[in-house]
Design a protein around this ligand. Structure first.
Ligand SMILES: [Zn+2]
Length: 466
């Protein structure tokens, strides 16, 4: 079987051949942890989770490494920390904001049926590698020190603009290029910058005496190298990251390593808008995953319905997230699940489903295949395909009576709380774990903890108290 993927770099669909089939390597830009993930943030998580599952299916679950970073050093985080915890020292406030947001992100993404990536590196754990990469770029003449900053010299990268397919003039016109008197060229971008007193800071590269912190772009170049090597298979992210973020990642990595590419394939998911408009807080159509799971338009939506609604549109197409489409997605799932009697986990995935996914993740075609299986009453295969796409094989969240709230809403809520409790336990925050258990108990939900005999992982199931 052959897998084809659309490569943003070449602007065509290509047959995918991994550099090493025993270790297929995928990097996706992850969240900056300062606020709840909005539904637009969930799109790449779901799209690349489908890809991760497909790669595991094709190459074997132990032969795929998926890295998704966590950006925990950023101006937005500093601002949020100062606003939310004005009485705490900034670094302590930042730790509270990033830990809380990261746990919330994980719990939301679990509710959407996304597997954890193989590695989720935090930027602050890789500052040493960033510094080393910056020093290498300076030594090679691709970066220079100016007024406590280190800047990347765009003129040192002949291919700059290849990914976005734009000339330097177009890029300057289209992007908000920060003009600073110390830049040799307005397109040059920041690799390292000074920290203000009280802000997070680390010893600087380039012989700069005062401490500072990394720019955003260098984080991904350093973390992908640390976990996947100098050149890897697939780099993914939202289409809004093509320029400048991914263009800059390529420039940094290629110049530091002397390679002609950073990743073989670049994959980008399309934009997401809500009810026909670009999502924005001022328009009032800004919607978080947490809200959708706990209450949006009067309903709490099961994570599976959110996931299903997301993959009904091909990942490269723009997606309009609407109440009508979400309701439709929920009804279809309800219909399918209503006919699947056994809740046993399934084994064989239908070939037609794998074929459709292998054609540049053609999820609309997968759904057409599922409709065919449903109308032919081939429920065993339907169930297998549902499991393959990441829908729960263990517990069915969508029940007939639940359309528009009720039981499904309750179920999504309970799952979210259980995930949060497991996170709290992992972080040894037993007070929080107990608080969540008590909160559920008050709702008549009884939790049972047990070790999975295969994985050794702690798993929690629940039932309604009688
Ligand atoms: Zn990135």
């Amino acid at each position: 079987m052959s897998l084809t993927i659309y490569n943003t770099l070449t602007r065509r669909k290509e047959a995918f051949t991994p550099l090493d089939p025993t270790n297929v390597r995928l990097y996706v830009c992850g969240p900056t942890v300062y606020d709840y993930a909005h539904i637009g943030n969930a799109r790449p998580v779901i799209v690349f989770d489908v890809l991760f599952r497909l790669l595991r299916h094709v190459y074997g679950p132990d032969h795929v490494t998926y890295v998704r970073n966590i950006t925990d050093v950023d101006d937005k985080i500093n601002a949020r920390a100062a606003k939310d915890y004005p009485d705490l020292p900034l670094n302590e406030a930042i730790r509270k904001v990033t830990e809380k947001t990261e746990a919330q992100f994980k719990s939301d993404m679990h509710a959407l049926g996304a597997l954890d990536p193989t590695v989720e590196p935090r930027a602050t754990e890789h500052i040493g590698e960033m510094r080393a990469m910056i020093d290498r770029l300076i030594a090679k003449g691709s970066a220079y020190v100016a007024e406590g900053h280190v800047l990347f010299s765009v003129s040192s990268m002949p291919d700059y603009g290849k990914l976005s397919g734009r000339s330097v003039d177009e890029m300057m016109a289209g992007a908000r290029v920060e003009v600073a008197p110390f830049k040799k060229d307005p397109m040059d971008f920041v690799l390292w910058k000074p920290s203000k007193p009280g802000e997070p800071s680390w010893p600087s590269p380039g012989g700069i005496e005062s401490p500072g912190r990394p720019g955003w772009h260098i984080e991904c170049s350093a973390m992908s190298e640390a976990h996947l090597g100098e050149v890897f298979d697939i780099h993914g992210g939202g289409i809004d990251l093509v320029f400048p973020h991914h263009e800059n990642e390529i420039a940094q990595s290629c110049c530091a390593h002397g390679t002609d590419k950073m990743a073989q394939v670049w994959m980008h998911n399309g934009f997401l808008q809500v009810e026909g408009e670009k999502m924005s807080k001022s328009l009032g159509n800004f919607v978080t995953v947490h809200e959708l799971l706990t209450g949006w338009h009067g309903y709490a939506w099961p994570g599976e319905a959110l996931r299903f609604n997301m993959i009904r549109t091909h990942y490269r197409q723009p997606l309009d997230w609407t109440l009508v489409s979400l309701d439709e997605a929920h009804k279809t799932l309800w219909d399918w699940y209503g006919d699947v009697e056994s809740h046993e986990p399934a084994h064989e995935t239908p070939a037609a489903v794998v074929d459709a996914l292998s054609d540049d993740l053609n999820t609309p075609k997968v759904i057409a295949e599922l409709h065919k299986l449903h109308s032919a009453k081939r429920f065993a295969e339907l169930r297998a395909a549902l499991g393959f796409l990441g829908f729960s094989g263990k517990r069915i969240n969508i029940e007939r009576k639940s359309l528009g709230g009720g039981k499904a809403a309750e179920s999504a809520d309970v799952d979210g709380l259980i995930a949060a409790r497991l996170e709290a336990r992992k972080a040894k925050d037993f007070a929080e774990a107990d608080r969540i258990r008590d909160e559920l108990q008050a709702k008549g939900i009884v939790l049972k903890d047990a070790k999975n005999p295969e994985t050794g992982e702690l798993e929690t199931t629940w039932e309604v108290a009688r």
